[in-house]
Structures are given as C-alpha cells and as structure tokens.
Ligand binder design. Structure first.
Ligand SMILES: NC(=O)c1ccc[n+]([C@@H]2O[C@H](COP(=O)([O-])OP(=O)(O)OC[C@H]3O[C@@H](n4cnc5c(N)ncnc54)[C@H](O)[C@@H]3O)[C@@H](O)[C@H]2O)c1
Ligand SMILES: O=C(O)C(=O)C[C@@H](O)[C@H](O)[C@H](O)COP(=O)(O)O
Ligand SMILES: [Zn+2]
Length: 376
C-alpha cells in the first residue's frame, strides 16, 4: 500500500449479478452526480433525503446537478442524529417518496451519513416493494461502510437495526471533498470502521494504518486509498455472503458490544455515536478473545493503542453518564440478529487480522467479562 498513490478518482465494482453496482470515490462527485446517474440509470425523477447538518452544505449543489441532467427532484430534510432512524421518520420518508410519485425506476437518493442512508434505503426497499436507490454518502463512516452492501433499517428500543431489509443501492457516489466539513469527532468515528477491515482479515492494512493514519486524517491520496481499500474489502465480503448467512457476520466485529452500548445510551449521539461504540466494542472483542485464550493480550493492547492514538474512546468508562448494569447489556445482546436458537454468536479473533465467527459463545462468560469491564 502506498500513501503517495494518485489522488484521482477510484472505482470499486460490486459484482452482485443483476444487483451489481459501482462505487465512485473521489473529489467533485456531487457536482457530477446528475450526469453519473443519468448516464447509468433510467429514472428521471428523484426524492433526495438528507439531514439538517448536510442540507445547507450540499443539497443545492446536488439538486442543481440533477436538474442539469434532466432529473427533477423533491427534497426532504430530517433532523440529524441516530434518533432519526425511527418508525416516525420512516413514515415521513415513505410519504415524501409517494407524494413525489417516485416510480420503481426513479430514485430515492440518500445524501448524508449512515443514518440517512439506512433510513432512506429502508424506505426505498419497501415503497412500491422496491424503488431504485442511490447513495451519496457524506460522512467517512458512510463512505467506507454503510453506503455499501445493502443493509438498511431503523432502530428499536429492543436494539439496533432490528427492523429493516436488504436493498442494494444502484450506485454509490462518495465525494471525498465533503469530508472536509465533517467534525473531527465524526471523522474519528468513521475511522473505527476503516480500522475494522484491517482487524478482520487484513493485518497489512492495519499496519499501514498504524503508520499512515495522520495522512489519512489530513486528506489527499492516503485518505482516498483508505476509503477505496475499505470499500473493496466490504464488497468482497458482501459478494461472498450477501444476506449474512455466514461470513458476512465478520463485518460485525466489535458490533455486538457496540450495539448494546448504543442501545444503553438510548441512541443519544451526544453520548455515543456508532463508530465510537464500534471502537470500544473492538477492544472488548480482542480482550474477550484473550480471556478465552484465543489471542494474546499484546494484540488487544496493540488495537487499543492505535484506536487511542487517533483519539477514539476504547473503554466503557469514557462514555458520559451512567450505563445500565452488565445484566441489562446482556439482555440487549440476547436480541442481537446473530443469535441462533438462543445461542450467542460473536466475532472473536486469534490475533490482528485473524477474526472469525464464533457460534455458541457461553453467555455466562460474556456476562462475567462485562461485569469486570463495567465502570459501575
Ligand atoms: N448499513 C450498513 O451497512 C451500516 C454500516 C455501518 C454503520 N451503519 C449505520 O450508520 C449510522 C452511523 O453513520 P454516520 O456515522 O455517518 O452517522 P450520521 O449519519 O449521524 O452522520 C454523522 C454526523 O455527521 C453529519 N454529517 C454527515 N456528513 C457531513 C459532512 N460532510 N459535513 C458535515 N457534517 C456531516 C451528520 O449530519 C451527523 O450529524 C449508524 O446508524 C449505523 O448503525 C450502517
Ligand atoms: O454490512 C454489514 O454486514 C455490517 O455488519 C456493517 C456494520 O458496520 C454496520 O454497522 C451494520 O449496520 C451492522 O449490521 P447489523 O446487522 O449488526 O445491524
Ligand atoms: Zn458498523
């Protein structure tokens, strides 16, 4: 991997047969969105869904680009933050899409981070039993992860993403210029998912990140390289197991713990955002693996050292406010989508880049581990 690689546009193809699509990554893609969409897809109407932080920055540019390419658009601006992934807002999006008379070949366009992508994608998957869907991801997290792979959905008080459908996008346009307006906290949160790909099965990528993370944070070629590598890694996993019957669960590294923490903080973005939960969760997954004598404590320490170096939280004690007791976290974990016949599935590891799907993890072990780690 070369941090000085060309800063020009990159393309990752997701070869999913009749659901295949391209991910374009690079500068200036919002200005070109209209021509990219019009040249690849038939629809000439769109409903653009976005949030209140992103709208004042990029909505006009996207609408103008669509208009110039002959695509008429209706727009909907929702509140920013994780709480927007709710039934209430799903209804609003569905109503907007129907009111705009979006037909099956027209487009729902998600302009925003993973919250907007997951919500708008869910609406696109269920209105008229499926309309076309374009992702214009604007956060680092959405450019490296949530815009790819077709998982869409909303949260429930019972847990994260418990209600949703698989609905692949038809095109992903990741304009890397827009990352310059992202807050430092949200950039770091997205970086947790970048590091995740190294920890799953790319130890060389993890080492590259340890050496080059400052360049990734600074922007330019290293950032585009990290985004393209992440999208390719995600595409490879999704193509091998689109609907998570097996190995796609690897993409959940750190998420079983992380999702429980997000639910425990009532999806309050001021306390914890998804990528931060994943960061804490990945450290816990490595420590739990060490406790189960599967991996060395040194590897868990190496993971924590890197995530700390970039400024991510790595401990439950760093979450502001009180957390519910370990038993309540376990209740949420028992609702995880990976549970089979009541048995817990975790993504564990034998070392850096050696993650694996472990079925039948004893709940009693997880509980005593969580009690040990709980800040109380
Ligand atoms: N579907 C999947 O495969 C998948 C994968 C990973 C995460 N997710 C989901 O994604 C969500 C997290 O996504 P996220 O981290 O993008 O959160 P987000 O959508 O809440 O975006 C983070 C914040 O940054 C703001 N923002 C976004 N782009 C901006 C920009 N360019 N400039 C300024 N502000 C900007 C948003 O308004 C928001 O306040 C979670 O709900 C998570 O469950 C889904
Ligand atoms: O795409 C996947 O598969 C993932 O697991 C990616 C995760 O980063 C993402 O947070 C996803 O939404 C989690 O899925 P879930 O099925 O555990 O809700
Ligand atoms: Zn995630």
């Amino acid at each position: 991997m070369n941090a000085d690689a060309s800063a020009s546009e990159r393309k990752v193809h997701v070869p999913l047969g009749e659901r295949a699509y391209d991910i374009l990554i690079g500068p200036g893609l919002i200005a070109r969105a209209g021509t990219e969409i019009a040249s690849r897809l038939k629809g000439r109407k769109a409903a653009v869904i976005t949030d209140a932080h992103v709208a004042p920055l990029y909505l006009d540019a996207l609408v103008q680009s669509l208009e110039a390419a002959g695509i008429a658009s209706a727009t909907l601006v929702l509140p920013a933050g994780e709480k927007t992934k709710s039934f209430e807002h799903l209804m609003t999006v569905c109503d907007k899409v129907l009111e705009a008379r979006i037909e099956r070949n027209d487009h729902v366009i998600a302009l925003g981070g993973g919250v907007i992508g997951d919500l708008a994608g869910f609406a696109a998957g269920i209105v008229r039993r499926g309309v076309r869907f374009v992702q214009v991801p604007t956060s680092l997290l959405s450019q490296v992860d949530s815009s790819v792979g077709g998982k869409t959905g909303i949260n429930s008080r019972h847990g994260k993403n418990l209600i949703g459908v698989f609905h692949q996008p038809d095109l992903v346009l990741a304009d890397t210029d827009v990352l310059n307006s992202l807050s430092a906290r949200e950039f770091r949160a997205g970086y947790a998912e970048v590091a995740k790909y190294g920890l799953i099965d790319k130890p060389d990528f993890f080492s590259w990140l340890e050496a080059n993370w400052q360049a990734v944070f600074a922007g330019g070629a290293a950032r585009i390289e990290a985004i393209a590598t992440s999208c390719q890694a995600k595409s490879d996993v999704v193509v091998a197991d689109e609907r998570e019957t097996g190995q796609r669960a690897l993409l959940n590294l750190g998420h079983t713990f992380g999702h429980a923490l997000e639910a425990a903080t009532a999806y309050d973005s001021a306390r914890l955002v998804h990528g931060e939960g994943v960061s804490i969760g990945m450290v816990l997954a490595h420590e739990f693996s060490a406790r189960m004598n599967l991996a060395s404590k040194d590897d868990a320490l190496r993971v924590e050292t890197h995530l700390k170096a970039v400024g991510l939280p790595t401990r439950m004690s760093e979450i502001p406010g009180a957390l519910p007791p370990a038993e309540m976290l376990m209740d949420t974990i028992a609702q995880d989508k990976k549970v089979k016949a009541g048995k817990l599935t975790f993504i564990l590891t034998r070392g850096i880049g050696q993650s694996f799907v472990a079925d039948d993890v004893p709940a009693s072990e997880v509980l005593s581990f969580l009690k040990e780690k709980h800040p109380r």
